[in-house]
Design a protein around this ligand. Structure first.
Ligand code: AMP
Ligand code: ZN
Length: 115
């Protein structure tokens, strides 16, 4: 765990968060500033600054993030209507929290074009 990382602290139960799911590999919690009726973040329990730090050894956790997002979409009742997954990587993408996380967005019609 990285002490000065807010998502590491959430994973460890040391910072407040509305946790919706946790297992041996990932933790999911509501985004503090939701931009859609459903806005949940799915983060690995281990600290990776960005997707650029994840390699073949992280295949299991990377896959888990996506499947947990799918499962939460189901539980939140947005799976059939549709939802969007976003994984910002680096400055150009607007990443502000440097602990990998997948955004699950849904509950309203998403806008296009992307970017
Ligand atoms: P990004 O790094 O741009 O992919 O997005 C970081 C996201 O983390 C933003 O949507 C923030 O609202 C969210 N966020 C930042 N701090 C917290 C926190 N303590 N708990 C929950 N969400 C957070
Ligand atoms: Zn971290």
């Amino acid at each position: 765990m990285t002490q000065d990382c807010v998502f590491c602290r959430i994973v460890a139960g040391e910072a407040p968060a509305q946790i919706v799911y946790q297992d041996d590999l990932v933790t999911a919690f509501w985004d503090i500033r939701p931009v859609a009726p459903v806005h949940i973040l799915i983060a690995p329990n281990a600290h990776y600054r960005s997707l650029n730090e994840m390699g073949p050894e992280e295949e299991a956790v990377a896959g888990r993030m996506m499947l947990v997002a799918r499962q939460i979409a189901q539980e939140q009742g947005i799976a059939d209507r549709g939802y969007r997954l976003i994984l910002n990587t680096g400055r150009d993408a607007g990443q502000v929290v440097f602990h990998v996380h997948l955004h699950l967005l849904g509950g309203r019609r998403m806008r296009y074009p992307l970017g």
